[in-house]
Design a protein around this ligand. Structure first.
Ligand SMILES: [Zn+2]
Length: 274
């Protein structure tokens, strides 16, 4: 499932290729990826120029005509964009849901096997409302440990659920929540408002470390990285607790425990995380 690092990697690959392109024609092959009729969607993006490609939480955001509109894509479970006719080849993948034609044979296709993705066009007001509903970006330069601590103080929800709540912090998924809580030495089941200032600082650093490393690896999730394992020297930290139930904690050898919380697994060391 694409999370913040995968979305960021996609944005970094798209930006140098499609910024400046004008959408000349749009073909919708899977209308269930849209919230409005295909005809309306096509007219909303027609002849608009992509002036920036950004990420917000796990969404891909194409700024159109300097911000008059934004095309916001939630990648769902399996969604992804493929720029064709550039340096990456022009063979179209299977399961294309929407195709944007630029010019000279260049195009951008949205592929989604399971079709939980969604493409929406926002005017500036709709975008402002959407943006305001999403929490701060954990990798942003002005997001501080004190910001995280202050926000945690306002909720009694278990830390793991707090971290997954996109209204409180943007783009954190299950893997990164477990790993960051381990780095901070905090039990993921602990109420958020009981996380101390020092622990919040460790959590802040842990989130940035695990998300940053995943981006450096090109958006490969930490789990995939571990599965691929055995690379000489390795490329950084492997998963320490996520998916390692019963395996020894890297710090203290105590078996890692798995707890099911809101139908999703949290992994933690019962000794190191109190
Ligand atoms: Zn431990």
């Amino acid at each position: 499932m694409p999370e913040l690092p995968e979305a960021e990697t996609l944005v970094r690959g798209l930006r140098p290729r499609i910024v400046g392109e004008t959408i000349q024609r749009t073909r919708v092959l899977r209308e269930d990826l849209l919230r409005v009729p295909a005809r309306r969607f096509r007219s909303e993006v027609a002849h608009r120029t992509i002036t920036a490609v950004e990420r917000r939480a796990k969404n891909i955001v194409f700024e159109l005509d300097g911000g008059e509109r934004r095309l916001v894509t939630n990648l769902g479970m399996t969604g992804g964009y493929y720029p064709l006719g550039y340096d990456l080849g022009s063979t179209e993948p299977s399961h294309v849901g929407v195709r944007f034609h630029f010019g000279d044979g260049r195009k951008l296709v949205f592929r989604d096997v399971r079709r939980f993705g969604c493409l929406e066009v926002d005017d500036p007001d709709a975008w402002a409302e959407r943006d305001a509903r999403i929490g701060p970006e954990p990798l942003s330069d002005d997001y501080t440990p004190d910001d995280l601590h202050a926000a945690l103080q306002r909720s009694r929800t278990p830390l793991r659920n707090w971290l997954l709540d996109q209204r409180r912090i943007a783009g954190v998924g299950n893997i990164y929540a477990s790993e960051a809580a381990f780095l901070a030495g905090v039990d993921p089941l602990r109420p958020a408002n009981e996380v101390t200032r020092d622990e919040a600082a460790l959590l802040h650093g842990g989130l940035r470390a695990v998300l940053g490393e995943a981006i450096e690896r090109g958006g490969t999730t930490l789990r995939d990285y571990r599965d691929a394992g055995g690379e000489p020297g390795g490329f950084g930290r492997q998963l320490m607790v996520y998916g390692r139930e019963g395996e020894p904690c890297p710090n203290c050898d105590t078996p890692i425990e798995r707890t099911v919380l809101s139908n999703r697994s949290a992994f933690a060391c019962p000794e190191c995380q109190r």
